[in-house]
Design a protein around this ligand. Structure first.
Ligand SMILES: [Fe+2]
Length: 227
């Protein structure tokens, strides 16, 4: 379904509008407190919570089911199996910064609800920290250009350290020839992707010390993922 013509970049300054000072720093602290080593990859730290979004009230609540499933066709690294990640605290559901960001996403989520003819949606929120020591690399799963199962994904940058090498977002058509390269680098810089174009993020290296790319994904889940 075409929601954003494949992809749309929204500057973090747009998301930050209306938030009190230090909101980003406070949220970043919360974010870091929730990260745990990814049981499926030593180069990442993660946390996840699944929510239910009710479009008429635009409210979210925690989902009973906290397993994460991707089909093999969407992820040849980790697809085809259920993954369980460290839980993000229920506090997220009432966190004012998170709710503000989600309000920024709601325009597109509601558009999807309208098109799909649904009022209640499953949303998964992932905290993913890519972590690279100098001389090593971190990378995403799946590693290169792909379509997600999710009809709509919001990639919100929480932090990219200045010593990061790579970590560029790449967009392509279905022929996998890149058409756009962009970089999430300021707080809350956001890339929205749908299933009408492919996307990837290049591996993360470090010029010195340890580099981090901290993102929060807000995923609208598809029917195939309800396991
Ligand atoms: Fe993806």
């Amino acid at each position: 379904m075409n929601i954003v013509n494949g992809f749309k970049f929204i500057p973090g300054s747009t998301y930050i509008k209306g938030l009190p000072d230090h909101s980003h720093a406070r949220f970043h602290n919360f974010y870091e407190s929730q990260l745990r080593p990814d049981p499926y990859a030593s180069v990442r730290d993660r946390g996840m919570i699944k929510l239910i979004y009710d479009r008429p009230s635009q409210q979210v609540r925690k989902n009973e089911n906290q397993n994460y499933f991707q089909s093999y066709s969407a992820n040849d690294s980790d697809g085809g199996r259920v993954r369980v990640f460290a839980p993000i605290s229920d506090e997220l559901v009432t966190d004012s910064v998170f709710l503000h960001i989600l309000k920024g996403d709601a325009h597109y989520i509601n558009k999807y609800c309208h098109r799909a003819g649904v009022d209640i949606l499953n949303i998964s929120v992932h905290f993913i920290r890519y972590r690279a020591e100098e001389g090593y690399a971190s990378f995403s799963s799946p590693v290169w250009l792909h379509l997600d199962d999710e009809p709509l994904v919001f990639i919100h940058l929480i932090d990219l350290t200045p010593n990061a090498i790579g970590a560029d977002s790449v967009i392509s058509g279905m022929d996998s020839k890149p058409t756009n390269v962009l970089r999430l680098q300021k707080p809350f810089d956001t890339l929205i992707v749908d299933r009408t174009k492919k996307h990837a993020v290049t591996p993360l290296g470090s010029s010195h010390g340890t580099s981090y790319r901290d993102v929060m994904l807000v995923n609208v889940e598809a029917e195939v993922q309800q396991k």
